[in-house]
Design a binder for this molecule. Sequence first.
Ligand code: AMP
Length: 205
Amino acid sequence: MKMILLGPPGAGKGTQAKGIAARYGIAHISTGDMLRAEVREGTPLGREAKSYMDKGQLVPDEVIIGMVKNRIAAPDCEKGFLFDGFPRTIAQAEALEKITDIDRVVDIEVPDERLIARISGRRMCPLCGATYHVSTYGSDKCSCGGVLYQRDDDRAETVAVRLTEYHKKTAPLIDYYAQKGKLLTVNGDAPVDAVADEIARELDA
Ligand code: AMP
């Protein structure tokens, strides 16, 4: 099972990806999480990526493609994998096609005005990557013990750039995968469990 989760920043891709990957026993591959780990470790790749991420811009395709190629060669990807946040451009999708075949693409749709509220209230755990929303979670500690923080690129100034990048460069992938007959669309403007149920129904159908 090789899948892609598409959707704008704040659509809930990370949250849903964890559930889907666990359900199918496949690896969850978040290029955003991989890049943040590189930034934390201060690697050359992390230093290059950070300059784009801080501005809300996409990291260059060749950096991402190289990183993904290595990742899917790992043993935990043998049974399949779910991409969360990749591909984000047509060039990335075309490069991916040369490396492997994708079975399904799930597009989580949420209107822009909802995304801004979701992203600005989002808090993340530096240890396990879990995300919470200030409106529904009253603590500053993750269930794993990590102290929650706000991602630099979740601040209002950067969110606008990320949404523009999404509409210009990533949204064309919806048509791209629809034309290949691989696209499933779910309404992401609903409670987490309802979205998870809709995704499961679509995938089982
Ligand atoms: P995310 O955690 O998926 O929202 O990603 C955070 C940031 O990492 C994005 O705003 C981009 O700067 C960068 N990024 C993550 N995945 C990709 C990708 N597939 N292509 C380009 N940039 C990416």
